[in-house]
Design a protein around this ligand. Structure first.
Ligand SMILES: [Zn+2]
Length: 63
């Protein structure tokens, strides 16, 4: 499991096998836990990823 990878929408921790829903955005990969979270992330990545980044929690996936 990669350290600190969580669903970018609901913050659920993800194991490597659960990282199936990948959204590439501005050169990095972000992950969602399920099709519902993924569709939210697809629709409005800026909203979720910005919120994540501005929370100060460095738990998004880096590439
Ligand atoms: Zn989720």
């Amino acid at each position: 499991m990669k350290l600190g990878t969580s669903c970018q929408v609901c913050a659920k921790p993800l194991s490597e096998g659960e990282m199936r829903f990948e959204k590439k955005w501005k050169g990095k990969a972000y992950f969602a836990c399920c099709p519902i979270c993924f569709s939210l992330l697809q629709k409005d990545p800026e909203r979720y990823i910005d919120r994540w980044l501005s929370s100060g929690l460095e738990t998004w996936a880096r590439k």
